[in-house]
Design a protein around this ligand. Structure first.
Ligand code: T4K
Length: 367
């Protein structure tokens, strides 16, 4: 049997991409805000229900730029339970990350612990909608308003996720999406910043284009974060198929949940109150009542050609460049520490077959 990976990019039929390539070849605009770039920004605003979107080469550069756009300095409160790019974006801006523990139900930043971590140097909060499950955006907004802090959501996993009030991306000052190959919606590599007003969008567009505000004017020490026409064209094509891709993810999510019910010691993470989910990941928590450890299960699955991932282990706060920080101590992060030891993200992607899902669960149930 072919190996099964944690994810596989969704690729529409190749023939459907050819007309886009022909257009690029004909007009010879390859990058720098060309026609496909403009079309994708508009199409994503409509699809996601957001006002402004600035496309990027990837989410990491978008996070770095978002912090620049709001001129964030000093300390930023963030989660240790994420992909390392979240905290790296702070270090790249000379900002000190302050880690706060996560909520046991959602594994997102726990709003009840944020206030105790605020210092005179705190300027912002950078929460993550982990696995695409929305943070408690109302509680975070209340704290940010009270202490006059900015909020930048790392929404790398949250493409197309809605709460009852609309897109989760409309919360906070800025939200950052990833369109990496492993994501629900991909442009091979790519990312975006969502903002709420034209002035901020202009500043972000300048920052991602070296700080240029015209042919001979540079207004900021910007970076090159522009998405190319090839990536934008692929995004436009992918958008045509996104609803069917998410619908299949939903079926897979439901099938796992049903099949895993009888398996003792395995808990599926519940929904976090979203009205429309994207089923980006399928994390399970393997606790002490399961016959073997999470790592032993990980190895057994790999022996059978199944490749789940331990997102997010190790915690960001355990990596060498972070572990010296006072907030990185494990006693400060008990919930995240346990989650990192228990989590296993099972394969989920549109082309995953029912038989493969059954086989994965059979292996889990057989230990
Ligand atoms: N913030 C958060 C919360 C994030 O999760 C991420 C990225 C970011 C920010 C930064 O976003 P970007 O700058 O990347 O836009 C992957 C991704 O590289 C990374 O984008 C993602 N999060 C992270 C959670 O996962 P790896 O090292 O686990 O990927 P890799 O190459 O091992 O891929 C996993 C599996 O996917 C492979 O075993 C096979 C399959 N795969 C992968 C690729 C790249 C394919 O089938 N085709 C492919 O092209 O990091």
């Amino acid at each position: 049997m072919k190996p099964v990976y944690v994810t596989q990019p969704y690729l529409p039929p190749l023939a459907e991409f050819i007309p886009y390539l022909e257009k690029i070849w004909a007009n010879k605009i390859l990058t720098n805000g060309g026609p496909f770039h403009q079309q994708l920004e508009q199409a994503l605003c409509e699809y996601l229900g957001v006002k402004h979107i600035a496309l990027f080469t990837n989410a990491t550069i978008a996070l770095v730029t978002a912090l620049q756009a709001l001129r964030i300095t000093g300390e930023v409160i963030t989660t240790p339970y994420s992909f390392v790019a979240t905290a790296h974006s702070l270090l790249w801006n000379g900002i000190k990350p302050v880690f706060v523990d996560v909520d046991a139900r959602t594994l997102n930043l726990d709003p009840e612990r944020i206030e105790a971590a605020i210092s005179p140097q705190t300027t912002a909060i950078m929460p993550v909608h982990c696995y695409g499950h929305p943070c408690d955006v109302d509680a975070i907004e209340k704290i940010a308003d009270t202490y006059n802090l900015r909020v930048i959501y790392d929404a790398a996993h949250a493409f197309g996720v809605d709460r009852s009030s609309g897109s989760v991306l409309n919360h906070g000052d800025l939200s950052i999406l990833s369109f990496h190959a492993t994501k629900v919606f991909n442009t091979f590599e790519g990312g975006a910043i969502i903002c709420h007003d034209a002035k901020t969008k202009l500043r972000i567009d300048q920052l991602k284009n070296f700080g240029h505000a015209g042919e001979v004017t540079v207004v900021a020490p910007g970076i090159n974060g522009k998405m190319s026409e090839m990536n934008a064209a692929f995004g436009l094509l992918q958008l045509k198929h996104i609803d069917e891709a998410i619908a299949r993810r939903k079926e897979i999510d439901a099938m796992y949940r049903e099949l895993l019910v009888p398996v003792k010691g395995v808990r599926c993470l519940g929904d976090a109150g979203e009205q429309k989910a994207n089923y980006a990941y399928f994390p399970i928590l393997v606790d002490g009542t399961y016959p073997i450890s999470r790592d032993a299960l990980y190895d057994r699955l790999k022996e059978q050609g199944i490749h789940p991932r331990r997102y997010f282990y190790p915690l960001i706060s355990d990596f060498p460049m972070y572990r010296g920080l006072p907030s990185a101590h494990r006693e400060n992060l008990p919930v995240a520490t346990v989650a990192a030891q228990q989590v296993l993200c099972l394969p989920i992607y549109p082309l995953l077959e029912d038989a493969q899902i059954r086989r994965i669960v059979e292996i889990i149930a057989a230990q």
